[in-house]
Write a protein that binds this ligand. Structure first.
Ligand code: NAD
Ligand code: APR
Length: 230
C-alpha cells in the first residue's frame, strides 16, 4: 500500500488565523528571532521568551483547525496505506483536527520542559520565568520548543519515514529552515513522488516534481478527495 509522508509548516495554520513567520506581517517581523527563538535569547531574558510563547499559546487556544488539517485526518482515517504527518508547527491544530500519527519536530506550544532534568509536563496557559520543575523542583521551566541551534525531535525516525515514502508532500512551509528544508531531497532519494502545496514556490520549490498552488484549505482538500477516490 502507498505510504504518504507529509511535512507541514506555518502556512497550514495561516487560514486558522495564526500568522506565519516570514510573511511581511509575520511573527519574525514583530520579534527578533535571536531574542525569542534561541537558547541565548532565553538565557538573556527568560521573561520575554516565556511571554512570547504565552501569547502564542493563548492565540492558538482561540482558533480552530481548518479544512486542510481536517482533510489530512480524513486521509489518515480512510487511506489504506500508512499516513505520517511531520509538523514544524508547535500549535496543536493537527491533533485537534484528528491526525493521530504526528511528529512535532520543533516541539509543543502546550508543553513545558525542565532545562535541568529534561522532565516534560503540560504547560499552564501562562508560564513564568523561574517556574519550578514538578519533578526536580529547580526553577528551570522553559517552553518545550526547539529553538534555532537546537536539535529537532525524532530525527532518526523522521528520516526512516522519509526513506519509506511513496509520496512526500510539503504543505505551507517556506523551505528556509533545515533540516526540514532537506526532507524533499531525502524523500526523492527513497524514490518518492514529491508535491509542494504553497501560495508560491518555496526556497526548495525546484526540488518538487509537482506543485499545487493556492490556499491549503482548498488545494489539500482537493488532493485528499482525489486520493480517496482511487
Ligand atoms: P537555522 O538555519 O535554522 O538558523 C541559523 C541561525 O540563523 C539561527 O541561529 C538563527 O539565529 C538565525 N536565523 C535562522 N532563520 C532565521 C530567520 N528566518 N530570521 C532571522 N534569523 C534567522 O539553523 P539552526 O540555528 O541550526 O536551527 C536548526 C533548528 O532549530 C531548525 O532546524 C529547527 O528545528 C529549530 N528551529 C526552531 C524554531 C522554533 O521557533 N520552533 C525556530 C527556528 C529553528
Ligand atoms: N496555504 C498554503 N501555504 C501558505 C498559506 C496558505 N493559506 N499561507 C502561507 N503559506 C506559505 C507561505 O507562502 C510560506 O511559504 O506558508 C509558508 C510559511 O513559511 P514560514 O513563515 O517561513 O513558516 P515555516 O516554513 O513553517 O517556518 C519553518 O522556521 O521560524 C522557524 O521554527 C520556525 O517552524 C518554523 C520554521
Amino acid at each position: 500500500m502507498t505510504k504518504i509522508v507529509i511535512l507541514t509548516g506555518a502556512g497550514i495554520s495561516a487560514e486558522s488565523g495564526i500568522e506565519t513567520f516570514r510573511a511581511e506581517d509575520g511573527l519574525w517581523a514583530q520579534h527578533r528571532v535571536e531574542d525569542v527563538a534561541t537558547p541565548e535569547g532565553f538565557a538573556r531574558d527568560p521573561e520575554t521568551v516565556v511571554n512570547f510563547y504565552n501569547d502564542r499559546r493563548a492565540q492558538a487556544a482561540g482558533v480552530e483547525p481548518n479544512a486542510a488539517h481536517r482533510a489530512l485526518a480524513q486521509l489518515e482515517a480512510q487511506h489504506g496505506g500508512e499516513v505520517v504527518v511531520i509538523t514544524q508547527n508547535v500549535d496543536d491544530l493537527h491533533e485537534r483536527g484528528g491526525t493521530q500519527k504526528l511528529y512535532h519536530m520543533h516541539g509543543y506550544l502546550n508543553g513545558a520542559l525542565c532545562a535541568t532534568c529534561d522532565y516534560r509536563w503540560a504547560a499552564p496557559m501562562k508560564m513564568a520565568a523561574g517556574d519550578a520543575c514538578p519533578e526536580c523542583a529547580t526553577p528551570a521551566a522553559r517552553p518545550d520548543i526547539v529553538w534555532f541551534g537546537e536539535m529537532p525531535y525524532d530525527m532518526d525516525t523522521l528520516f526512516q519515514h522519509l526513506g519509506e515514502a511513496d509520496i512526500f508532500a510539503a504543505i505551507g512551509t517556506s523551505g528556509n529552515v533545515y533540516p526540514a528544508a532537506g526532507f524533499v531531497a531525502e524523500a526523492r532519494r527513497g524514490g518518492a513522488h514529491t508535491i509542494e502545496f504553497n501560495l508560491e514556490p518555496s526556497a526548495v520549490g525546484n526540488q518538487f516534481e509537482e506543485h499545487r498552488t493556492g490556499p491549503a484549505s482548498q488545494t489539500v482538500t482537493e488532493w485528499v478527495a482525489e486520493l480517496l477516490k482511487r
